[in-house]
Design a protein. Sequence first.
Length: 250
Amino acid sequence: MSRIPRPPLSAGVPRHGLARVLSKQGVCSRSEAERWIRAGRVALEGRVVRDPQHPVRAGQGGITVDGQPLGVAQSFYVMFNKPRGLVVSAADEHGRATVYDALAAAGLPWLGPVGRLDKASEGLLLLSNDTLWAAGITDPAMHCDKTYHVQVDCIPEEALLERLRAGVIDQGERLAARRVVPLRAGGKNAWLEIVLDEGRNRHIRRLLAAHGIGVLRLVRVAIGPLVLGDLPKGQWRHLTEDEVVALRRR
């Protein structure tokens, strides 16, 4: 089957790559869309397109996948209690277990992670196919609080907690905690509640390491007003309409 040529770009008409259009409509991830397109499963106005970057006009119809018209996907909003050891990725090049493996039997459509938790971290992970809603939560400019309970390998004094709040520069990035509160302490370690209003890669681990503090466990317990609560580890549930609205960009 012949390849459809790229149409000329017209001034003032927004265009996006076909793979991005599929992912933005909540059909699949962008990497999955690229695989579908290269495999010849996607057609535009009846002609197969094999170029994931093929430009598509904003709002253009006539896209089909396996011969079926591309409709507007129903929006799904899910919270998942991520266990330690799972990678937040649709596929892992090292063959490690992912959150998608854990959700494989749930019968859900493709959902993208709203933010990240590294492999060693646990707790509240949001997933959705509503990309605008997700962007409102992850956009640093929105300062959506994320709350973590962190077990550390020391008994930190108030002066150290104050330095964590003040922050450090690490690898050219400023890392700080909006709030740090002691929760409880044992003989050699303690639990802290740490609140971030922005999240850089491995933010808490890097901030603590800069002060010589090791992390024993890291559990995200809340995103904005949404709390993990008693959702069992490895389990998921749909968000209520009120919860979705509460997290929507204001």
